[in-house]
Structure formats: structure tokens, C-alpha cells
Design a protein around this ligand. Structure first.
Ligand code: AN7
Length: 354
């Protein structure tokens, strides 16, 4: 049977009815890839699986939430949606609005969104409102303006977003045949970690599994309110997707951490970029910097024994590496060899670099 997206696939567990018009781009059903080389490299006997959410239609996990949020917005008669975004939400909102035939307004922080995401919002025809401020300013404005204009908010404060995103946990359980021991995610607004916890507990209550993972959230060191224990006013990190100081799902995420007996920690920008490169060079998997935060943190906690040997660990790679070509290229530009168009020079370049 042709796969047609998370709502069709999980309609018994989502707030839709037979008459709901589903707005889908075939999101979900992403691969769960077992890492071969990194565990060997770090000499630890752990099973690390990557949930490659960058392979969703717009290149990030946001599509799972956006199919639900836009479907419900259309069902309620909405003609326009709005969001604040560090990039991926705006890309997903723009694409699903185009599919639905409604308008998308996106507020983005000027100069702080990765090129691929900006291209997506533009080409899908969203109205792009750049603000001289950060994501948190944008989020505040979106909440205010939604009371004065006919628009539906599709940020993760919209409960349908998390409903859609919980399906990633369902898929992981189905792909593994059990729930992992640890689930590691990058944390910005903390919607995704909260949604995964909902999904895992729902499948346990439903009797599909009898355990749930410990939820582990990693933040960028310059944007780490969960580690500080309070909001951060001037967040900064190279991982622009998670450059967020005032997470919207604060209480839900703390609840997920406590109930699952998990933890929060932070990674420096250098650790994040190093993990991004490790994944690309050792496993052939390209994710954006924010996504590599889950690998940076997990590898560190596996090395130091906090995640013990014998564990089964899932790391979510939230967004595709092509989202942020500038950061990738700036990490590697010195690796290029420039030659004249002569066979001997190509040959030497090969011989000298075997
Ligand atoms: C690649 O697009 O908030 O903790 O506005 O794009 O659920 O917020 C993006 C978040 C992780 C953090 N990885 O997820 C937005 C936005 C990537 C992301 C996160 C985001 P949450």
C-alpha cells in the first residue's frame, strides 16, 4: 500500500475524524539507522540508532507536527497560519500552507536563519517578516498579534503540533520492536522531547511495550535555559535552529525529564560541529548543526559511562544537513585542492591524498 503520511497511518491515535480533509506531504516513516563505525571508534559496546528526521518532506521533524496543525487549521476554517521560527518551522509552515491553499506568515530573526530554510520559506510563497530580534521576540509577537488578526498559530504551543510529533516515538517502537533505553534529542523550545515522551507513554499505556526510555535533552551551551534552570535572555549558538532562550514547552519538558528519570545537559558549539563532522565522515549521515547536538551529548555520556555499555540508544537527527550549507562549507573549505585542467595534476592530487 502507498504510504500517505502520519495522519493516515496513525488516525486512530490522532484527533481527526473520517470527514477530516488531511493536508499531507507523505511525512513520517523515516529510517532508523544503526551506527556501525562510531561505537567502534569510541570502543563502547552500545547500540546507537539514528532516527533520521531530516528525511521528511521539508527536511526536518517539523513536518510531523505541521501536517496535524495545518489539517486542523483548515478544518476549523482558517485561511492563514502564522509562526515564529528559527527556520525549520517556517519551511514546514510554508510548504503545508501551499499544499492546503492557505496563506503562511512567518516571523524570522534577521540574519540568523540558515540559507536552505530561508530558500524554502521564500519559494513556497510564505510572507516573510524579518524582525530585528531573536526567536523569543518573534514568539512573543506571534502570540500578541494572533489576538488581533485572523491567523492560526502553528508553533508548538498549538497542541496539534505535539500530537503529530509523538508519532516519531510510535515509529521507533515499531521499527525496533521495543522501546530504547535512552532517547537523546536536541532541545530548543522543548516541544519535540515532550512530544516523544507523550508517544512513548501512550504506547506503554496501550500495551504495545512495557518500558519507556530515559529522555535526555541536550542544549547548545549558549542557549541552555534547562541547564541554567531559568530563561536565557540573549541566547547564542552556531546551531541557529536551537538559538532559543525562552522555551515554550518548559513545564512539559521538565515533566518528561522527571517522569522518565532522564536529564538535561549542554554541548559547546565546538562539540556540536565535531559531532556533525563525525557523523558525516564516519557514517555518511549529514545533519544540520542543531541535530548533531544529540550525537555530541550522547557520545560524551557513553564515553563517560553515564549511558552504560549494553544500552540501546536512539538519537533524533532533527534536520537535514543541506539546510545549512554555509556552516558545512565553512568547516571544510581548507580541504579543497585547486589545479590546472591537466591529467598529471589530477593524478598527483590522487596519489598525494590516498
Ligand atoms: C533542527 O523552527 O524552533 O525543542 O522555529 O529546527 O522541539 O524546539 C526549531 C527547532 C531541534 C528543537 N532541531 O526542537 C523552529 C524551531 C532542529 C530544529 C529543534 C529545532 P524543539
Amino acid at each position: 500500500m502507498r504510504y500517505t503520511g502520519i495522519i493516515e497511518n496513525y488516525k486512530d491515535r490522532l484527533p481527526v475524524s473520517e470527514s477530516t480533509r488531511i493536508i499531507s506531504l507523505g511525512e513520517g516513516n523515516t529510517p532508523l539507522i544503526r551506527l556501525d563505525n562510531i561505537p567502534r571508534e569510541i570502543e563502547k559496546a552500545v547500540d546507537i540508532y539514528i532516527k533520521y528526521e531530516g528525511l521528511n518532506p521539508t527536511g526536518s521533524f517539523k513536518d510531523r507536527g505541521m501536517t496535524m496543525a495545518v489539517t486542523k487549521a483548515v478544518e476549523s476554517g482558517s485561511k492563514a497560519i502564522i509562526c515564529a521560527s528559527t527556520g525549520n518551522t517556517s519551511a514546514a509552515a510554508a510548504a503545508y500552507a501551499a499544499r492546503a491553499g492557505i496563506k503562511a506568515f512567518v516571523l524570522i530573526p534577521e540574519g540568523k536563519i540558515a540559507l536552505g530554510k530561508l530558500a524554502q520559506a521564500m519559494i513556497h510563497g510564505a510572507v516573510i517578516i524579518q524582525i530585528k530580534g531573536n526567536f523569543d521576540d518573534g514568539m512573543r509577537l506571534v502570540k500578541e498579534v494572533a489576538e488581533h488578526a485572523p491567523v492560526s498559530i502553528v508553533n508548538s504551543i498549538n497542541p496539534y503540533r505535539l500530537q503529530g510529533q509523538k508519532t516519531a516515538a510510535f515509529e521507533i517502537i515499531e521499527q525496533l520492536g521495543f522501546a530504547p533505553d535512552y532517547h537523546c534529542l536536541p532541545v530548543g523550545n522543548a516541544g519535540n522531547i515532550s512530544a516523544h515522551w507523550m508517544g512513548y507513554t501512550e504506547y506503554k499505556d496501550y500495551g504495545k511495550v512495557n518500558n519507556t526510555p530515559r529522555m535526555v535533552g541536550y542544549q547548545a551551551a549558549g542557549a541552555a535555559p534547562f541547564i541554567k534552570g531559568s530563561m536565557v535572555d540573549k541566547p547564542d549558538t552556531i546551531a541557529t535552529a536551537i538559538r532559543i532562550g525562552h522555551p515554550q514547552s518548559w513545564d512539559l519538558a521538565w515533566n518528561a525529564q522527571k517522569e522518565s528519570d532522564g536529564w538535561f545537559d549542554s554541548c559547546t558549539d565546538d562539540e556540536i560541529l565535531e559531532a556533525q563532522k563525525l557523523l558525516t565522515e564516519k557514517e555518511g549521515i549529514f545533519c544540520e548543526p542543531a541535530s548533531a547536538t544529540s550525537i555530541a551529548g550522547a557520545v560524551r555520556d557513553i564515553k563517560n559511562g553515564k549511558i552504560p555499555e549494553g544500552s540501546k540508544v536512539v538519537c533524533t537527527l532533527t534536520g537535514h544537513g543541506l539546510k545549512d550549507p554555509d556552516t558545512a562549507i565553512s568547516q571544510c573549505s581548507s580541504d579543497m585542492i585547486n589545479i590546472n585542467p591537466i591529467m598529471e595534476e589530477v593524478r598527483d592530487a590522487i596519489i598525494n591524498n590516498m
